[in-house]
Design a protein. Sequence first.
Length: 117
Amino acid sequence: QVQLVESGGGLVQAGGSLRLSCAASGRTFGINDMGWFRQAPGKEREFVAKIYLKWSASPNYADSVKGRFAISRDSAKSTVYLQMNSLKPEDTAVYYCYADLQGGNYWGQGTQVTVSS
């Protein structure tokens, strides 16, 4: 079992920044990668970014956030961060952290990000 706790969401004006955090606990030694998805009202959940905890491979980003968002990690703490800059109203969504382990994924409870125009 892995537990994920997210923090850092909130309300920000367009062009502003927010930083999300996701801390994993439990069987963290089995985590391959962690990252973020988001779900806006009336839309399907979509991939945002991911990073590997055990390897130095480059992070992956959705095209819609490339150049604006940056994901980073603290492997010793099994924590990932999502720095979101130049936020747009269309970034408004509930952001969900996930952890990928062999045999399945785990999800956080979600944190709301609202970008006002």
